[in-house]
Ligand binder design. Structure first.
Ligand code: CA
Length: 494
């Protein structure tokens, strides 16, 4: 059959609405499916490919072995909501006032308790590029006005919860789950991690010719610590009860991801799907007994254990397996996905024109397309500097191997990550010029932010945060049957 005729028929079929029945496009030209899997509060050291001796994660290890494992991947916030706000916009949440964990005190204007509505989200960008877009799991990016709902922000389908946490054994009487805007009418799968996986499998195997983007935002292994009995039994050797539950939840998550990957392969989509896996912030050492070893710190701090997370990129045939050590950011997911989808993301670091604002006062993006770096076509570092701030907790900056941490509860600290990954040797007195340069950069970055925080979290977190910095951390992996309590927290001062 002559090619022009085939093309004409294809155009005609598309015009009259038969696009779903078109034969599969050439895989080399069809944009990839994009699967973004986010774990919640997972410790840097809680995968076996990251050194865990207590938790076997064969399925995540396989993604790592078949793809790129980033050892210096950062999130833009040390807690859930600001990290996710950066992830889905490609902009540091501080730039648009979203720098604390989402709360909605009485005096806050409803529309301020979420991502400002003039910030386009990744699913909106991908939807415009012809993608089918879905969210399964945790939203936590605003629910106080209808315009904050995931279905109003670029997702065609949503199953999950609008808030920041959820019990793992939902009942019809007790759950905060929604399918779209409606509560579920049946408990489809008893354990929530498995239910989300079931929904994700349905999404990725649905009959639809369009490429898809799925944001699979598990709340696992965030508290409450509630595990399946079979996973608990498999972790019976772990002596601390909280740690045992956490490890069991982690075991379940790994198995779930294996099931999802098998479904993807069964649908013939594995080769044409770019999978990214990361945690939204560091492990919560106090609440969950997560392990961030060899990093010091916890969720909530700007120490490495708070903001450096496991991150895996897997795209068979496009990304050769390797370990990548340059600093990268979850902020980069936006530009990487939009570019892979055939779009053009805003250039990082350059003010953009936006309706109602002159370009000189327009938004700055922080998102860099990582594929040339991860594929080895570019050898330079994707970022010159990385910044963090939560007004009530402090701020930090990393340039090269140097990192300045400015917790509100303590004096500034300077660490040489090349020689001191555990951040135990404060070099601020020995290296005043480096400290001054980093402080200058941090101040300049703060001066570039467009807004003050549009809401703040409860001040009670400030004292909690002090204790997180004063806590003793285990910087080595616990043995499988470790008997010591590695998770002691200093007392509150009140
Ligand atoms: Ca989290």
């Amino acid at each position: 059959m002559p090619k022009p005729f085939v093309a004409a028929v294809a155009v005609w079929l598309a015009l009259v609405g038969f696009a779903p029945f078109l034969p599969a496009q050439d895989p080399a030209r069809r944009p990839p499916n994009l699967l973004l899997i986010v774990a919640d509060d997972m410790g840097y050291g809680d995968l076996s490919c990251q050194g865990s001796l207590q938790i076997a994660t064969p399925n995540l290890d396989r993604l790592a072995a078949d793809g790129v494992r980033c050892t210096a991947a950062y999130v833009s916030g040390p807690v859930c909501a600001p990290s996710r706000a950066g992830l889905l916009t490609g902009r540091h949440g501080c730039r648009f006032g979203f720098e604390h964990n989402l709360s909605h005190p009485e005096h806050v204007v409803d529309a301020f308790a979420g991502i400002p509505l003039d910030e386009p989200l990744l699913p909106e960008r991908l939807h415009e590029l012809g993608y089918r877009t879905g969210l399964v799991g945790k939203w936590h990016l605003g629910a106080s006005v209808p315009e904050h709902h995931p279905l109003a922000r670029g997702f065609e389908t949503f199953f999950g919860m609008l808030g920041g946490h959820h019990g793992y054994w939902p009942t019809l009487e007790q759950n905060q789950l929604l399918r779209g805007h409606e509560p579920p009418t049946a408990i489809r799968v008893p354990y929530l991690t498995d239910w989300f996986t079931r929904e994700a499998i349905d999404f990725v195997t649905a009959e639809d010719a369009r490429p898809w983007f799925l944001y699979l935002a598990y709340n696992t292994p965030h508290t409450p610590l509630q595990a399946r009995p079979d996973d608990l039994a498999a972790c019976a050797h772990i002596q601390n009860e909280a740690r045992r539950k956490y490890c069991a939840m982690q075991r379940c998550l790994d198995r779930a991801i294996g099931e999802l990957m098998a479904a993807l392969a069964g649908a013939g989509q594995r080769e044409n799907t770019l999978v990214v896996f990361l945690s939204d912030n560091g492990g919560s050492v106090e609440a969950s007994h997560a392990i961030n070893a060899p990093l010091r710190g916890s969720k909530g701090t700007f120490l490495e254990g708070g903001v450096r997370v496991p991150m895996l990129w897997c795209w068979p045939g496009q990304l050769a397996p390797r370990v990548y050590d340059q600093p990268v950011s979850a902020l980069d997911v936006m530009a990487t996905f939009v570019t892979a989808a055939g779009g053009k993301p805003p250039t990082a670091g350059v003010r953009q024109a936006r309706a109602g604002r002159p370009a000189r006062r327009g938004p700055i993006y922080d998102s860099v397309d990582l594929l040339p770096f991860l594929a080895g076509r570019m050898a330079t570092a994707p970022h010159e500097a990385l910044f963090w701030r939560m007004g009530l907790r402090g701020s930090a900056v990393r340039v090269g191997d140097w990192k300045l941490v400015r917790p509100n509860s303590q004096l500034p600290q300077l660490y040489d990550l090349a020689n001191d990954l555990g951040e135990r040797d404060d070099r601020i007195a020995a290296e005043p010029a480096i400290a001054a340069d980093l402080l200058r950069r941090l101040n300049a970055w703060e001066a570039s932010l467009e807004r003050n925080p549009i809401f703040v979290s409860d001040p009670v977190w400030s004292d909690y945060n002090r204790r997180l910095y004063e806590m003793d951390y285990a910087l080595t992996q616990p043995l499988p049957d470790e008997p010591r309590d590695l998770w002691r927290m200093p007392p509150a001062r009140r």
